[in-house]
Design a binder for this molecule. Structure first.
Ligand code: ADP
Ligand code: MG
Length: 365
């Protein structure tokens, strides 16, 4: 039955309100569900000594990826990392994948196998096993939906909601690389072979680096485990929507505000070079660029020195970029001249592009 015109369409509601509505109506929890809808992964009581973590992330052709820019292997890899990253953000260890896939009939078995090779390669350092899934034909587009199951010790789980005023904000790795890599891929699509080893030879080394960061992001499981097992963080989230958007999620759920220091936001030399060449503001790319899959954590000041020492010992890059403020303070960024401005916490929202002033950057999504 076609929807009646009186009913609001998904595009008029937007992804976040859709999820909030589903959560209110259908997402009732019970004693075993320690966290249902609303964090990076659900947390469920399983055994006395551990919690079960579960998360799923759907990738749709034409929305999340374009096979003109990415190989099946790279697509599988990135889809797996998107899921692994949610387990990292909860402080857990990933254990199992279930993978649902829908593909049009003209796709080949070797393409599907390349997709799985990419996924399993991303999970290999953590000993991930594939334990199930579902396979279906689709009319036209490829849809890939991995689910990851993980575990975490009951006292070590990190939520988005624990940040307290005065906590420092730390972030792993560098930010904005993935968006820049995606832009380069889009610009050069068709001029080179899509996405794996040996391709993109015509590009400059810093451009190849950014593309690699987009296609093969690093799941920050070891970093997440450091934060959780040493009880260093009060809150954590992975950066899938961009620093501004995900900081917005973390502060909203913690009932706080935050202040970022622009000059401390970690930006790779490759992104600096790229931004200079294209006349872009690298900090803005880092704030708004999604799919970096780095971790953002809130850390009490008394734990800061310990965190920095342990991170250095383990070779993790972990940078202090700001501080948690009161809710009234909102979200603000202090630039290198000490001038403060409000940060808009916009995330990419499916079904609606409202409020996106950089929507052009994401036109393939
Ligand atoms: P992330 O950015 O970590 O992938 P999302 O923004 O996709 O998180 O999802 C936020 C929360 O909403 C998560 O807890 C997720 O499991 C839940 N969620 C998203 N879509 C649905 C849905 N269609 N039904 C039930 N829960 C959903
Ligand atoms: Mg997440």
């Amino acid at each position: 039955m076609p929807p009646s015109s009186a009913q609001p369409t998904l595009s008029s509601v937007g992804e976040f309100r859709i999820i909030a509505g589903l959560a209110r109506r259908f997402g009732h929890t019970n004693q075993a569900i320690l966290r249902g809808i609303g964090d990076d992964a659900a947390v469920v009581r399983s055994a006395a000594s551990e919690r079960l973590l579960a998360s799923t992330d759907l990738l749709t052709e034409g929305i999340h990826f374009d096979l003109a820019y990415t190989s099946f292997y790279a697509l599988g890899y990135r889809a797996a990392v998107a899921n692994l990253s949610d387990i990292a953000a909860m402080g857990g260890l990933p254990r199992y994948f279930l993978v649902a896939v829908a593909a049009p009939p003209f796709r080949t078995q070797s393409e599907l196998e390349a997709l799985y090779r990419g996924m399993m390669r991303a999970g290999r350092p953590f000993g991930i096993r594939l334990i199930g899934g579902d396979t279906s034909a689709s009319c036209r587009d490829l849809c890939l939906c991995p689910t990851v199951l993980g575990t975490v010790e009951p006292t070590h789980v990190m939520y988005r909601s624990g940040a307290r005023q005065g906590d420092y904000l730390y972030v792993t790795g560098t930010l904005g690389d993935s968006l820049a890599g995606f832009q380069i891929l889009r610009r050069t699509a068709g001029k080179d072979s899509p996405g794996d080893r040996g391709s993109h030879r015509a590009l400059k080394p810093h451009e190849r680096h950014l593309i690699k960061r987009h296609l093969f992001p690093t799941p920050r499981i070891p970093e997440g485990r450091l934060f959780s097992t040493r009880r260093l963080a009060t809150a954590a989230i992975d950066i899938s929507d961009g620093l501004a958007g995900d900081l917005g999620h973390l502060t909203e759920q913690s009932g706080v505000g935050a202040e970022l220091e622009a000059s401390t936001i970690p930006i790779s030399p490759a992104l600096r070079k790229y931004a200079a060449e294209r006349g872009l503001d690298a900090v803005e790319v880092a704030l708004t660029g999604g799919e970096d899959y780095e971790l953002l954590v809130a850390v009490p000041p008394r734990q800061a020195a310990r965190l920095e020492r342990l991170a250095t010992q383990r070779g993790h890059t972990c940078t202090r970029i700001g501080i948690i403020r009161s809710k009234r303070f909102g979200l603000r960024l202090r630039d290198e001249h000490g001038k403060s401005r409000r940060v808009k916490s916009h995330s990419y929202q499916h079904f609606t592009m409202n409020g996106k002033d950089h929507s052009e950057l994401w036109c393939s999504r």
